[in-house]
Design a protein around this ligand. Structure first.
Ligand SMILES: *Cc1c(COP(=O)(O)O)cnc(C)c1O
Length: 405
């Protein structure tokens, strides 16, 4: 299919909205993406036609719901090139997936062990590990970042040792847009005998990760950042690791047999899927993945690279504007400040003109501390944004600047 921006925009009903009297310009895609009609329809269809609890029922409706949910799991497996379908664990999102793994490692780490994070992580890939370090006595080390917002791999190599048990890094930084070299980071960790978890929340609307090729041990992501619904995501884990980890939550669905003396756990993936899951969310996640693949990830990457180049050039024409995250490999996220103006004030003024950007620390306070700034304005662009929208945004920024300086 040829990339047809006008047709694509028609798929997103929310893009027809007006905000404060202006057509909505949605540049907050790194926080959550909008949903195409196809995904909305699949949610409605589930509740209208085959809502039932899954895996337990003998009745037809339950079978239908179970089949649809398991088909979605297989779509996800295929999309990420995962070897076995039971290595796909449905979660409520990235945060849930990270906490599941961090909790599991409580029984695998000892005092003196080391775990490694990067300087450009989202809080959800920092805090659960700090909690783990506190519980186990393991030490948390940090891969430093350069001024242009890329990880310093020479320093990473120095941190790795026989004591390193786990490395966790994001695939793409939500605050800077930097694409990290996951294959290399993983290989180095494996050479030291450590496992790797990748936070893919920000990556999966821009690229299609091949998880066997990347050879990571764990990968987590959220559906809502790739045109799917909120409240659902996946944890991928290599079978050997998922077998090693204890269950995270106890309850229905995750057991083989329960007596008051003893409980045996269900096989993968059910061992980690206690309780009634987000059934409709899982099904609609599958629909979102179909939708993105119909457009094509190569087409998306080419189009977004064009948007990023255009936005970068036009933004830098504004005097006093500085962009954070200027590495050679980045996705269509532009984080910036205009000298002498608080990011929040810019966000408030452009909102009056219908433009949604994020301002603040983007759940990545260590990055803001690194640059010694309170926050940034972040315009995160995606495949349904246009150059015309960027033009309007630039005009709005010039107006805001005139008002505030
Ligand atoms: C959004 C995001 C998260 C958190 O995802 P949730 O869906 O809120 O759990 C974690 N890491 C990165 C890089 C993100 O962009």
């Amino acid at each position: 299919m040829a990339f047809n921006i006008n047709e694509i925009r028609k798929d997103f009903p929310i893009l027809r909205r007006k905000i404060n009297g202006h057509p909505l310009i949605y540049f907050d895609n790194a926080a959550t993406t909008q949903k195409p009609q196809q995904v909305i329809d699949s949610i409605v269809e589930y509740y209208q036609n085959y809502n039932a609890n899954i895996h337990r029922g003998v009745h037809s409706l339950s079978q239908e719901a179970t089949d649809a949910y398991e088909i979605a799991r297989k779509k996800i497996q295929k999309h990420f090139n995962i070897e076995k379908d039971y290595e796909v664990i449905f979660t409520s999102g990235t945060t849930h997936g990270i906490n599941l793994v961090a909790n599991g490692f409580t029984s695998l780490l000892n005092k003196g062990d080391e775990i490694i994070v990067s300087a450009m992580e989202h809080h959800s890939n920092i805090v659960p590990w700090q909690m783990l370090a506190e519980k186990t006595g393991a030490e948390l080390k940090v891969i430093p970042m350069s001024e242009e917002g890329t990880l310093v791999l020479s320093e990473y190599k120095k941190l790795l040792s026989k004591r390193t048990k786990l490395v966790f890094v994001n695939h793409i930084s939500n605050a800077l847009g930097t694409i990290n070299p996951i294959r290399e980071i993983t290989q180095l960790a494996h050479d030291a005998g450590a496992a790797v978890l990748i936070d893919g929340a920000q990556a999966c609307s821009h690229i299609k990760p091949d998880l066997q090729e990347l050879n990571v041990d764990f990968y987590v992501t959220s559906a809502h950042k790739m045109c799917g619904p909120t409240g659902v995501g996946i944890l991928y884990g290599k079978e050997k690791w998922l077998n090693k980890l204890p269950p995270y939550q106890g309850g229905g669905e995750m057991i083989k047999e329960v007596t008051f003396a003893n409980t045996t756990y269900a096989d993968l993936p059910h061992k980690f899927e206690a309780g009634t899951p987000n059934i409709c969310g899982g099904i609609a996640y599958g629909t979102a993945i179909d939708y993105l693949n119909t457009i094509g990830f190569d087409e998306i990457a080419t189009y977004e690279a064009g948007l990023l180049d255009y936005a970068t050039v036009e933004l830098l024409k504004i005097e006093g504007l500085r962009i954070y995250g200027t590495g050679p490999h980045k996705t269509s996220v532009v984080s910036f400040n205009i000298e002498g103006i608080h990011p929040y004030d810019i966000g408030t003024i452009v909102d009056k003109m219908g433009i949604a950007v994020r301002t603040g620390h983007h759940c990545a306070q260590p990055i803001m501390e690194f640059y010694r700034i309170p926050g940034t304005v972040r315009a995160s662009l995606t495949f349904y944004n246009t150059r015309e929208e960027i033009d309007i945004f630039i005009q709005a920024l010039r107006k805001a600047k005139a008002m505030l300086t």
